[in-house]
Design a protein around this ligand. Structure first.
Ligand SMILES: NC(=O)c1ccc[n+]([C@@H]2O[C@H](COP(=O)([O-])OP(=O)(O)OC[C@H]3O[C@@H](n4cnc5c(N)ncnc54)[C@H](O)[C@@H]3O)[C@@H](O)[C@H]2O)c1
Length: 268
């Protein structure tokens, strides 16, 4: 691993307490980035940040609910206080909870849209303001990476609000790229497919509860068999390389793009 690849990067990572956010925080730190691990899960962020420091990396943590404007402002201020500036955002916090349409309660819609769509918008807005205030760099762009999904380009019948919210993330990437290019800020993203994380463990249980599958553990294997070209689901390690590429100078000439990392589920 090139331990200098991300040196000089000062990153805020939302949803960093577990799953892909935690894996990417560690991967970025191992490549020289200073990372702020932010999440509602206070225990998780402290643990991940400590593990990074124990491995010789630079990390801090901050308790953040991405849906709260004041907390987003405070998170950005924390990164600036700790690292002097912010030049990289991984907008990764996300939630899902399946329901069968049209029996989807408004609370389900609100919860999913609020965290995935508004939360991403909210954090990107506050980070952008800080980046603009810092002044555009001539030598490299500040970078914003939003986490979409296969469901930024497809929709499944049992997760319609999530599909809507992840399509909103695609709109955020495209609109953000246009709004921020004048400040030399790029906005890109990636879309995982089926990734073995806590989110999927819960989803697997929920899918049994709503009658989509008969027993737990079936859903991921079934999707792998029937919908994933590579015939296997994925792990955070399958995703972190693309996240690092989008954070690195190798992607400096890219903006407004959403890259799928899904073993061939959705072709663009
Ligand atoms: N797991 C998958 O198969 C999959 C597929 C496509 C996209 N994604 C997306 O990838 C991202 C990471 O998912 P994951 O699978 O690692 O999930 P995960 O559940 O393991 O991690 C998500 C993290 O987000 C945090 N979070 C939830 N609500 C929050 C809030 N309001 N404010 C701050 N943090 C909050 C959680 O505490 C958790 O630590 C999400 O955006 C998810 O939608 C996941």
């Amino acid at each position: 691993m090139d331990t200098e690849r991300l040196s000089g990067k000062k990153a805020l990572i939302t949803g960093g307490a577990q799953g892909m956010g935690a894996a990417i925080a560690k991967h970025w730190a191992a490549q020289g980035a200073a990372v702020c691990v932010a999440d509602i899960n206070e225990e998780g962020i402290a643990k991940v940040a400590q593990e990074i420091r124990d491995a010789g990396g630079q990390a801090t943590h901050f308790t953040l609910d991405v849906t709260d404007e004041d907390q987003a402002i405070a998170a950005v201020a924390h990164v600036v206080k700790e690292f002097g500036e912010i030049n990289l955002l991984l907008n990764n916090a996300g939630v899902n909870k399946p329901t069968i349409f049209p029996d989807t309660p408004k609370e389900n819609y609100d919860f999913i849209m609020n965290v995935n769509a508004w939360g991403s918008f909210n954090v990107m807005k506050q980070v952008s303001k800080q980046m603009i205030a810092q002044g555009a760099r001539k030598d490299y762009p500040y970078k914003i990476i939003n986490v979409g999904s296969i469901l930024s380009r497809e929709a499944f019948l049992d997760v319609i609000p999530y599909s809507m919210a992840k399509h909103a993330v695609l709109g955020l990437i495209k609109g953000g790229a246009k709004a921020l290019v004048q400040h030399n800020i790029t906005v890109n993203g990636y879309g995982p497919g089926v990734v073995a994380t806590e989110l999927w463990k819960q989803l697997d249980k929920d899918l049994v509860d709503i009658g989509m599958f008969e027993k737990q553990g079936q859903s991921m294997d079934s999707l792998a068999e029937n919908m994933i070209l590579m015939k296997r689901y994925s792990y955070p390690e399958d995703v972190q390389g693309t996240a690092s590429f989008l954070a690195s100078p190798e992607s400096d000439y890219m903006t407004g793009q959403l890259i799928m990392i899904d073993g061939g589920m959705v072709m663009q």
